[in-house]
Design a protein around this ligand. Structure first.
Ligand code: ADA
Length: 571
C-alpha cells in the first residue's frame, strides 16, 4: 500500500501490487497501439532492471493488469511513482499521464461500467529532449512502476485532499486544516463534513457541489494540549475527515499529524523554540536487488542503520521520496530535508520550468503534512552563480514559499563565493569536498572558515546571518579495499577523511547541520563521468550497496554519538 497506515476506514481501497503482464517495446513502436501479447511477468512495484537481460534496458515497456469496479461508485487509481514517464490506458483508452519517477499521481474515472476492466501503463525511462530532470547522472534512472499502486472506489462526491498545518499558540497548539471536496459525478451532490483530531470533533457544515466542482473547507482546531513532535520524540495524532449523508457515512480520509514548529533565528535552526543541530546522511533510493523500488522493510533497515550511526536527519537527495519512507521518519522522530527533483540539470532546457514546477508542487501537495519534513530544498548544484540561474532559483524558491510558508527553504550550492542566490533562502547549504576534490584534509577547517566569513559578509548577497548547513561532504572508498598506505579509494582513506571532516563540521559554532555524502554506494548511469566512478557506482557510501559497513562506519558512529551527547537537548 501507499502508506504505512490505512488512509481510509470507509472508502474501499485495494492494492494493485503484484505480478503484472510485461513486455518491452521494440524500436519504432507506435505507443498509441497497445501490445496484443505480453511475454513476461513483472512485479509491481519493482524496476525492470531486476529482470535478467534487462539490467541496463533504457527504453519503453508496457505493464498490464485488470481490475473490477461497480457502476455505483467512481474509480480512483493512485500511483506512488512510475519511472520515469507513465501513460495510463483503461480499456484501451488513454486516461492519464505523468512525468517524473518521484511524485505520486492519480487517475479518476467517474463512470466505469460494472465488471472487469483492463489497465495498461506505458512506461518510458529514456533520456532526451522530452526529459529535463531525468538525465545521465550520478545516480541511476530505473524503469518500471517503482512504487505501490492502489485502486479506490469513492463516492462521486468525495474527499480529495486533507492539508494540515500545526501552529504553536503560547502554551497550546493550533491545527489549521483544509479539506478539499470534489464532485466527479454528472449530478449535483451534497454532504455533511466533519473532522476528528484524536478525541476532538468538529462539525464543518454541509457542502453542495455541482458536477465537476471542488471546494476547500477550512477549520482550526484550537487550544490543543498535545505532546509536540521532535527529533527522537515521534508524537503523532490521527486526523480524520468524514463526509456524511445524514446518518450514512459516505467517505473518509485519514492522515497523521505532528505538532512541531520549525524556523530559524540568526545562525540557528529552531525546532519547537529550541536551537537544534542536524546531523545525518544524504540517501538515494537505490538497491542492487530492487533498483529505486525499495521495499518498506529495506527502508526501515536503512533507517535502523542511520539511527545506529547516531544521526537525527536525512536528506532525500535529490528528489521526493516514497511516502512510506517519510511515514517511517515521522514514526522514528527523524528530521528530513526533502527536495524537488534536480541534480545539476540544465535550467535552460525547454522542458525544465514545466517539469521542475510540477515536481515541486506535487512534492508539497503529497508530503506537506509530514512533520518529519523540516525544510524544502530544490535545484541541487545548478547554476546559482549566473544571472539566468538567479531567475530560476528565485522562481522555484518563491514557489516553495508560496505553497508552504511554514517551512524554511534552501538549496545545496557548490558555487561557493560565486553564488548569487543566498538572498532567496532561509538556510544556506553548502556541498564541499575539501578532502576529495579540494586541497586535502588539512584544508578542511581553514577553507570552511574562509567560506563562512564570506557568507556572513555583505559580499554573499543575502547569506549574512543565516544558518549554514554543510549539505554534502565525504570521500569514496571501495568496499573491501583495505590498504596500509591509506591511499584514496581505500577504506582507510575514507575513514580518515570522515573523521577529520566530522570533527570540524559537527562541532563548528557557525554550522547548524552536517549531512554526510552518502549513506550507501549507488549505481550511476554510464553516460555520466563513469571514468571517475569505479564499478560505475558512486562509492562514497559509509556502507556499500548491500549495506555492508566500511571501516568508516565505526568512526562516523563515534563522532555522531559524541555530537549527540554534546548538543542534543536532554529529553
Ligand atoms: C555532488 C552531488 C552529489 C554527488 C557528489 C559526488 O555534490 O550533489 O549528487 O554527485 O557531488 O559524489 O561527487
Amino acid at each position: 500500500m501507499l502508506r504505512t497506515f490505512c488512509e481510509h476506514e470507509i472508502r474501499t481501497v485495494e492494492s494493485l501490487d503484484g505480478l503484472w503482464d510485461f513486455v518491452i517495446a521494440p524500436e519504432r513502436t507506435d505507443r498509441a497501439k497497445l501490445p496484443r501479447t505480453y511475454n513476461r511477468k513483472l512485479n509491481v512495484p519493482t524496476a525492470w532492471e531486476t529482470l535478467p537481460g534487462l539490467e541496463s534496458y533504457r527504453g519503453k515497456a508496457w505493464l498490464r493488469t485488470t481490475f473490477q469496479t461497480s457502476a455505483d461508485l467512481a474509480t480512483r487509481l493512485v500511483f506512488g511513482g512510475v519511472s520515469h514517464t507513465a501513460t495510463v490506458y483503461v480499456d484501451g483508452k488513454r486516461c492519464g499521464e505523468h512525468y517524473d519517477a518521484f511524485t505520486p499521481f492519480e487517475v479518476v474515472l467517474p463512470d466505469l461500467a460494472d465488471g472487469e476492466h483492463e489497465l495498461v501503463v506505458a512506461v518510458d525511462n529514456t533520456f532526451g529532449e522530452h526529459s529535463a530532470l531525468h538525465i545521465e547522472n550520478d545516480y541511476y534512472t530505473y524503469g518500471g512502476i517503482t512504487r505501490p499502486v492502489e485502486i479506490q472506489w469513492p463516492e462521486r462526491l468525495h474527499i480529495a485532499q486533507l492539508a494540515a498545518t500545526p501552529k504553536r499558540t503560547g502554551k497550546t497548539w493550533q491545527l489549521d486544516v483544509a479539506v478539499t471536496l470534489r464532485n466527479v459525478g454528472s449530478e449535483s451532490a451534497r454532504g455533511d463534513l466533519a473532522m476528528t483530531l484524536g478525541n476532538t470533533e468538529a462539525d464543518c457544515g454541509t457542502v453542495t457541489l455541482k458536477p465537476g466542482q471542488s471546494r476547500t473547507v477550512r477549520h482550526a482546531f484550537q487550544k490543543l494540549d498535545v505532546e509536540c513532535w521532535g527529533l527522537g520524540r515521534p508524537n503523532l495524532y490521527d486526523l480524520r475527515a468524514t463526509l456524511w449523508d445524514g446518518e450514512a457515512l459516505l467517505d473518509d480520509l485519514c492522515d497523521r499529524v505532528g505538532f512541531r514548529e520549525i524556523s530559524t533565528k540568526g545562525k540557528a535552526i529552531v525546532l519547537n523554540g529550541r536551537p537544534v543541530r542536524l546531523r545525518g546522511y544524504n540517501r538515494h533510493e537505490d538497491h542492487p536487488q530492487f533498483g529505486c523500488a525499495i521495499p518498506v522493510e529495506a527502508m526501515a533497515a536503512d533507517l535502523n542503520l542511520i539511527r545506529d550511526l547516531g544521526c537525527n536527519f536525512v536528506r532525500t537527495s535529490h528528489y521526493p521520496n516514497d511516502l512510506r519512507f517519510l511515514d517511517l521518519c515521522d514514526e522514528l522522530g527523524l528530521g528530513v530535508w526533502e527536495e524537488s527533483h534536480a541534480r545539476t540539470v540544465d535550467m535552460d532546457h525547454p522542458k525544465f520550468t514545466e517539469q521542475i514546477d510540477a515536481s515541486t508542487r506535487e512534492m508539497v501537495q503529497w508530503h506537506g503534512n509530514r512533520p518529519c519534513v523540516l525544510m524544502w530544498g530544490c535545484l541541487n548544484e545548478c547554476d546559482s552563480d549566473t544571472p539566468a540561474g538567479q531567475k530560476h532559483y528565485g522562481r522555484v524558491l518563491k514557489l516553495l514559499k508560496t505553497l508552504d510558508p511554514s517551512r524554511p527553504v534552501t538549496f545545496a550550492s557548490n558555487r561557493f563565493e560565486n553564488d548569487r542566490c543566498f538572498g532567496r533562502v532561509d538556510i544556506v547549504s553548502i556541498n564541499i569536498y575539501t578532502s576529495w576534490y579540494g586541497k586535502g584534509v588539512d584544508d578542511v577547517k581553514p577553507r570552511i572558515d574562509e567560506l563562512l566569513k564570506w557568507i556572513h559578509s555583505t559580499q554573499s548577497k543575502g547569506g549574512r546571518g543565516k544558518p549554514v548547513i554543510i549539505s554534502e561532504f565525504g570521500a569514496g572508498a571501495i568496499y573491501g579495499n583495505r590498504q596500509a598506505s591509506r591511499a584514496p579509494w581505500s577504506e582507510e582513506y575514507q575513514a580518515d577523511v570522515l573523521a577529520a571532516e566530522l570533527d570540524v563540521y559537527l562541532n563548528h559554532k557557525d554550522i547548524a547541520g552536517a549531512i554526510l555524502w552518502q549513506f550507501c554506494d549507488v549505481r550511476i548511469t554510464p553516460g555520466w563521468n563513469w571514468q571517475g566512478r569505479p564499478r560505475t557506482m558512486n562509492n562514497k557510501g559509509t556502507v556499500d550497496e548491500y549495506r555492508r559497513a566500511k571501516l568508516a562506519y565505526d568512526i562516523v558512529c563515534e563522532k555522531m554519538h559524541q555530537a549527540a551527547c554534546r548538543f542534543d537537548p536532554m529529553p
